[in-house]
Every structure is written in structure tokens, then in C-alpha cells.
Design a protein around this ligand. Structure first.
Ligand code: TMP
Length: 215
């Protein structure tokens, strides 16, 4: 983990537009890291705690389409504060590898680029809630938004975010790619348009480097 905490653990996050194959590949990655003998905590945002999962239900509910964008952002960070204090920081302090399905980059992408909230606001919340803590590595599953959305919608019922228009997801994708450019040391871009074996070959190569650097 970055920052001035005393932990030995490793904090890995996973990002991407809906339908980019995050869920399948996180399982694949968790298996490889587990087989390398590391202790893993597999978690997600919004969610990962009892309070966080309750907040997630509010955030994803289609019954609440009128939620103000500021409320949405603050709820994301409220869930994140709970998650950090109760799960992520304690696990990292115990030397565990925390694998988190989405984190603050998603707030920059969805609430920042998607909803149009000033990125400086998000940065303020990030600094407040996280202090110096940032992920060590972020896998970005990059896919054009149209393909991703079609895949996600084919899976079945959509949530409050998945009901947004294509333009929203184009902005989300673009912002993720901007973040990857701003933080080239942290980001690993996975080209998710390829077939699964090709994607997983790329992931394995990246993981080898990460594991070797920490063995
Ligand atoms: P999931 O579908 O990957 O489980 O994520 C739930 C939704 O929450 C997804 O559409 C992205 C959204 N989200 C944000 O808008 N901001 C955030 O900070 C996070 C963590 C997720």
C-alpha cells in the first residue's frame, strides 16, 4: 500500500465500465495470488461491510432515480470510510492482499466525468477519507462502452447506473483512461475486448511481475 501507513499488505483494485469482465477475472486473479501463498481479502465497493452493503442498496436502487449527484458522491465516500476503517486498513496492517472490486477511481469516473461533479471536490473527499492511502496496483479492464453495456444488459436486470445512456459510459471510460495516464505506475490496462484466454494471459503476465516484485 502507498502512503505512510505501517502495513505490509498489498492493495489491488479493479475498475472498468460495466460488462468489461471484472467479476470473472477477479476470481482468476484471486486464485493465482492465493496459490502464491498470500492471504487474501476479496471485497467490493460500494459495499464490503454491513453498512456499506446497505448504502449500496440505496445507490443501486432503481426506485431512487432522483438522487442528487452530490448525495450519490457522499454516499460512495460514506460507504468507503466504513470499508477502509473496518476492513481494508486492518487487513493491510495484517499483511493481507486486499482485492477490491472498484474503489475511488470509480468516483472520479462515474461521479466526476459521468455526473459532472468537479474533480477537485472528489479529491478533497479522497484526501479526507483515505489520508495517504492509495491502491498499490489498479487493473483497468478497458472496453468500449457500447460493447460493455450490451454485455451487461444481456446479463439481465439492470441497476440504477446501468440505466444511464451510452454517452455517460463513454465519459466514464475516457476518465478511466485519463486516470491511467496520470498514474502510469499504478495502473495496468487490460484489453478486455479480446477473448478470455488472451485476456487471462495478459493478466497472468502482469501478476507475475507484481508477485515477483513482492516475494
Ligand atoms: P459494480 O456493478 O461493479 O458492482 O458497481 C456498482 C456500480 O457503482 C457501478 O455502476 C459503478 C458505481 N460506482 C460509482 O458510481 N462510484 C463509485 O465510487 C463506485 C465504487 C462505484
Amino acid at each position: 500500500m502507498n502512503g505512510k501507513q505501517t502495513a505490509e499488505g498489498v492493495f489491488i483494485t479493479f475498475e472498468g465500465v460495466e460488462g468489461a469482465g471484472k467479476t470473472t477475472n477477479i476470481e482468476f486473479i484471486a486464485n493465482i495470488i492465493g496459490e502464491a501463498g498470500k492471504q487474501i481479502v476479496l471485497t467490493r465497493e460500494p459495499g464490503g461491510t454491513q453498512v456499506g452493503e446497505a448504502i449500496r442498496d440505496i445507490l443501486l436502487s432503481k426506485e431512487l432515480p432522483e438522487m442528487h449527484h452530490d448525495t450519490e458522491l457522499l454516499l460512495m465516500f460514506a460507504a468507503r470510510a466504513e470499508h477502509l476503517q473496518r476492513v481494508i486498513i486492518p487487513a493491510l496492517k495484517q499483511g493481507k492482499w486486499v482485492l477490491c472490486d472498484r474503489f475511488t477511481d470509480a468516483s472520479y469516473a462515474y461521479q466526476g466525468a459521468g455526473r459532472g461533479i468537479n474533480l477537485k471536490r472528489i479529491e478533497q473527499l479522497e484526501n479526507w477519507v483515505q489520508g495517504d492511502l492509495r491502491p498499490d496496483v489498479t487493473f483497468l479492464f478497458d472496453l468500449d462502452a457500447e460493447t460493455g453495456l450490451a454485455r451487461a444488459r444481456k446479463r439481465g436486470e439492470t441497476d440504477r447506473f446501468e440505466q444511464q445512456e451510452l454517452d455517460f459510459f463513454n465519459k466514464v471510460r475516457e476518465q478511466y483512461l485519463n486516470l491511467a495516464k496520470q498514474h502510469p505506475q499504478r495502473f495496468r490496462i487490460i484489453h478486455a475486448q479480446h477473448d478470455l484466454p488472451t485476456v487471462q494471459r495478459q493478466i497472468s503476465q502482469e501478476l507475475d511481475k507484481i508477485l515477483n516484485a513482492r516475494s
